[in-house]
Design a protein around this ligand. Structure first.
Ligand SMILES: Cc1cc2nc3c(=O)[nH]c(=O)nc-3n(C[C@H](O)[C@H](O)[C@H](O)COP(=O)(O)O)c2cc1C
Length: 265
């Protein structure tokens, strides 16, 4: 499937993590069908897939520790699954999952990546998880309560969790005055990507023929791979590049590099 770049580029600006859903707003049959369709159609890598589950997400967050992942009243969820035999499974699941999340956003729905604080064994009892596969993350899907509850505001640090680092702290390589037009737009989109605890572990090396994404921060991963966050940023980068008329291919790279987006000449 080709990336619907205009629609997803708009969704990048619009998306915010939401955790408390409106129990009175159910998903219409055409919305259910659209979510199911995007999960089966947007599967750019053989070892990363998404499964839409039309079952209350309550049970998969039940018993999760702390308030960070307190998801309430979500009518459905999507599981992001990867085959652990693939050395690049984390970035592939991040990239694939974010495509699904942007499509859900474009459909007017709300989501929240949850990778640390859910119960994978419950998810595995609801979907088929094959040998060597693992549920790496999930997102609740539904319509969020119109305004953020006090509890939700506390969780997001009154909006601070949506703040992002400036490009000046994230980019090396070619000086800005030598950047082609698509580069700035693509880096701005990558910068807006969500990441676990908003740690923004990525950085970007700009070259004549493309951009390399690499892991900027060392230190503990807290059970969620930084390469998964980087996969999410890769999808944002490519959506904006394609939207600016620049197509390319990803080449996966060994750590601490993640992947290079090579422009097609
Ligand atoms: C891989 C990943 C894992 C996440 N895990 C959780 C989680 O376990 N619980 C939670 O409440 N939020 C989780 N989040 C949401 C982040 O906290 C949120 O994306 C970040 O603070 C940026 O805010 P924004 O999504 O509103 O832009 C996760 C996000 C990502 C990308």
């Amino acid at each position: 499937m080709n990336i619907p770049s205009s629609k997803w580029h708009l969704a990048i600006e619009k998306r915010r993590s939401r955790r408390h859903f409106d129990p009175n707003l159910t998903l219409a049959p055409e919305t259910l069908a659209a979510l199911d369709k995007i999960c089966s159609q947007f599967a750019p890598f053989p070892h990363a897939r998404s499964r839409f589950v039309t079952q209350s997400a309550e049970s998969i967050f039940k018993g999760a520790i702390g308030s960070y992942a307190k998801v309430k009243n979500a009518p459905a969820f999507i599981a992001f699954v990867g085959n652990m035999d693939d050395p690049f499974v984390q970035e592939q699941v991040g990239y694939t999952g974010e495509g699904i999340i942007l499509e859900a956003t474009a459909l007017g729905l709300n989501t929240c990546w949850v990778a640390g604080f859910f119960r994978p064994e419950i998810v595995a009892s609801l979907i088929e998880v094959r040998n060597r596969e693992r549920v790496l993350a999930v997102t609740p899907v539904g319509y969020a309560q119109q305004s953020e509850s006090w509890e939700e505001k506390l969780m997001t640090g009154f909006g601070r969790s949506h703040n992002r680092l400036p490009l000046s702290k994230l980019v090396r390589g070619l000086p800005r005055e030598k950047w082609a037009d698509w580069v700035n737009v693509s880096l701005e989109a990558a910068r807006l990507a969500p990441s676990a605890v908003n740690r923004q572990p990525w950085a970007f090396d700009v070259q004549d023929d493309g951009i390399t994404v690499f892991v900027r921060t060392m230190g503990p991963e807290f059970n969620v791979s930084k390469r998964l966050d980087c996969g999410i940023a890769m999808l944002h980068l490519e959506v904006a590049a394609v939207h600016s008329g620049c197509n390319g291919e990803w080449e996966f790279l060994a750590s601490p590099q993640v992947a290079k987006f090579k422009i097609r000449s």
